[in-house]
Ligand binder design. Structure first.
Ligand SMILES: [Zn+2]
Length: 158
């Protein structure tokens, strides 16, 4: 269901946290977790994103989060909309370029530097990489087909 990429090299200097999954499917909104089928929560995270060539930004973004799997799910279309707005004035030539979600930025650091570019080496000290990075490779059908026939057997671990 998910394709896992091993991270090559580190960006953030804080200990790695959470798993991250990018959702490229506009018809799938991850209201239930693709891993465990439990309802996900809406939660705001501050993502650090690198855009080719050489731009690094911090961006507050509403994501879906499954506390059981510790996975953050971000919709690709929303992410790219926000990036396009962010770069519309500052660097319109990079809109549509390749990008990578690097990790999570400390909230306090983000607030202090909101709208102001920070020194990059300083920035990295306030970023935590993800423990894993995945792309949701197909619309998971499990959550929808299961929800009606649940009989208390939905805990695969027991
Ligand atoms: Zn889950």
């Amino acid at each position: 269901m998910t394709k896992q990429k091993t991270t090559t090299g580190r960006f953030g200097e804080l200990a790695a946290r959470h798993r991250f999954a990018l959702n490229p499917h506009v018809d799938y909104r991850a209201s239930r977790c693709p891993g465990c089928a439990r309802p996900t929560r809406r939660r705001k995270f501050v993502l650090s994103i690198g855009v080719v060539p050489g731009h690094i930004v911090a961006m507050g973004k509403d994501c879906r989060y499954c506390p059981d799997c510790d996975v953050i799910i971000a919709h690709q279309d929303e992410l790219e909309d926000l990036l396009a707005k962010l770069f519309a004035d500052a660097a319109p030539e990079v809109v549509g370029n390749d990008y990578v979600v690097l990790g999570l930025v400390e909230r306090r650091f983000w607030r202090q530097h909101l709208g102001r570019p920070a020194d990059q080496s300083d920035f990295r000290r306030h970023v935590a990489d993800f423990r894993s990075y995945e792309t949701i490779s197909e619309s998971p059908s499990l959550p929808q087909s299961r929800s009606k026939t649940k009989k208390g057997d939905s805990h695969p671990n027991s």
